[in-house]
Design a protein around this ligand. Structure first.
Ligand code: NAD
Length: 298
């Protein structure tokens, strides 16, 4: 049994914290909004009123926050993780943030006597709830080994991909692949509907061939139903497309498809749909076709 502090009890952090409780760990949760802490306490966890309280006795601190500035705010400062966690504690950042920020924060964590791991996840809310996340881990091997039992409480595929920052680099690639898949699937669905094809049958057969994917399995029916409840908010995928395009530019790598999809994700967010699930990228694809059809008839 490990004493774990989970900071950030949102769509992902709350079910991950619950799974750690179910795995037999002693878990304290903290979130900026108190309602989420209460929900965790109802589910059998302990609640804290501040980051300082949450981490004081923790052997492992797991942060699951939206973006780089949120992680910087929670770990830094006199009330933050670095100043208050016990010497030698493992700090696992499961948030998706910029790889360069992950490297800087890992250095600062080591200076503070902590053992940092960047460990972003893939698998969505469903994976968080079922404890089946894929976890891409950057950091020292000994620290990854020390954290393995905690990782096994929330994930199924746990891979050490390299030194600090590498987990975030792999996650950036993950987000590029997922966004491009969602875009292609959206275009295919709009295309199939325009021809009046039985789309449920079409997705079934497409899913069994080379066009099949987890994106198709998990998002296809939702597109047909126009059900874009999050899930993974488009606003967060917009952040991730910013991460991957900036990191690619930094490395002088061209990702033309990624850059295009980043623009489409940005446009969908800009028109007010950032709160939809990322499969809601479909709404822009649909509008592009619908609007041009209307214009031609007008
Ligand atoms: P979310 O917005 O639902 O949860 C984030 C939580 O952090 C919120 O409850 C918020 O109140 C809390 N928070 C923000 N700032 C805080 C602070 N300073 N102190 C304490 N709490 C604070 O987001 P999410 O969907 O759970 O995603 C979290 C991270 O995981 C993001 O980086 C996201 O990109 C990544 N991610 C999400 C999914 C998904 O499907 N939702 C999948 C993989 C990775």
């Amino acid at each position: 049994m490990t004493t774990i502090s989970v900071i950030g009890l949102g769509i992902m952090g709350l079910p991950m914290a619950k799974n750690l409780v179910a795995a037999g760990h002693e878990v304290t949760g903290y979130n900026r909004s108190r309602g989420k802490v209460d929900a965790f306490v109802e589910a059998g966890g302990s609640g804290a009123d501040s980051v300082r309280d949450a981490v004081r006795e923790a052997e492992v601190i797991l942060t699951m926050l939206p973006d780089s500035p949120d992680v910087e705010a929670v770990v830094g400062g006199e009330d933050g993780v670095f100043a208050n966690a016990p010497e030698g504690a493992l700090w696992i950042d499961a948030s998706t943030i910029r790889p360069d920020v992950a490297v800087q924060l890992a250095d600062r964590a080591r200076e503070a006597g902590l053992r940092p791991l960047d460990a972003p996840v893939s698998g969505g809310e469903a994976g968080a709830v079922s404890g089946a996340l894929s976890i891409m881990v950057g950091g020292e091997k000994a620290d990854v080994d020390a954290a393995r039992e905690v990782f096994e409480g929330v994930g199924k595929t746990i891979v050490h991909v390299g030194p600090s920052g590498s987990g975030q680099t792999v996650k950036a690639a993950n987000q590029l692949i997922v966004a491009a898949n969602i875009q292609a699937l959206s275009e295919a669905v709009v295309f199939l509907e325009a021809y009046g094809v039985d789309t449920t049958a079409a997705l079934e057969v497409l899913g069994g061939g080379l066009a099949g994917s987890k994106v198709l399995d998990q998002k296809g029916q939702k597109m047909l139903d126009r059900d874009f409840q999050p899930g993974f908010r488009l606003q967060l995928h917009h952040k991730d497309m910013g991460i991957v395009t900036a990191a690619a530019r930094e490395a002088a790598v061209s990702i033309p498809l990624g850059a295009l999809v980043a623009q489409l994700v940005g446009a969908t967010v800009a028109r007010g749909d950032g709160g939809l699930d990322h499969s809601g990228l479909f709404t822009l694809v649909e509008t592009l076709s619908t609007a041009s059809g209307d214009d031609l008839q007008a």
